[in-house]
Design a binder for this molecule. Sequence first.
Ligand SMILES: [Fe+2]
Ligand SMILES: [Fe+2]
Length: 171
Amino acid sequence: MAVRGNSIIKGVEISEIIRLLNRAYADEWLAYYQYFIEAKVVKGIMKDAVISELTLHAADELRHATMVADRIVQLGGIPLLNPQEWFKHTNCGYEEPSEFDVVKILEDSIKGEQCAISTYASISDIVKDKDIITYNMVSQILADEVEHEEDLQALHNDISEFIYNIKKSIS
Ligand SMILES: [Fe+2]
Ligand SMILES: [Fe+2]
C-alpha cells in the first residue's frame, strides 16, 4: 500500500473507493469476455469489420481491468479473487449473446458501453477533488468508453443503412 500516496486522499473513505473500483473491475472482465465471445460467434453482413472492432474493444477492456486492479492494490485493497464474484459485484451485468446477427450484437455492446459510461461518470463525481490518482485513471477509462460507444454506433449506423439500401434496391 502506498502510505504517503494514500495520505493525500481527502474527503472520501479509501474503503469506499476500493468497493467502487472492485465493482468496475467486475464490469471490465465481463465486458472483456462479452467482446471476446461476440467476436467468435458474430454472423452476417460486414462481419469482418465488426470482428475487428470487437477484438479491439476486448483488448481495451482487459487493459482497463489491469489499470483498475493496479489502483485497488495501490489503495491497499484486494481485487476480486474469484470470477464468481464478478456477477455479485457488477454494475452492468453480462449480456449473453442470444442472436448472433451483427446488428443485434452491436446493440448489446452499445448498451454495455452506455452502462460503463454511467458507472465511470459516477465514480469520477465521487472522487473528483478528493483522490486525484483515481480521478485521472477513471477519466482516461471514461474517454475510452465514450470512444467505444461512438465506434459501435457508427458501425451500427453504416450496417443498418447498407441493409436498408439493399432492401430498397431489390423491392
Ligand atoms: Fe472498459
Ligand atoms: Fe468499453
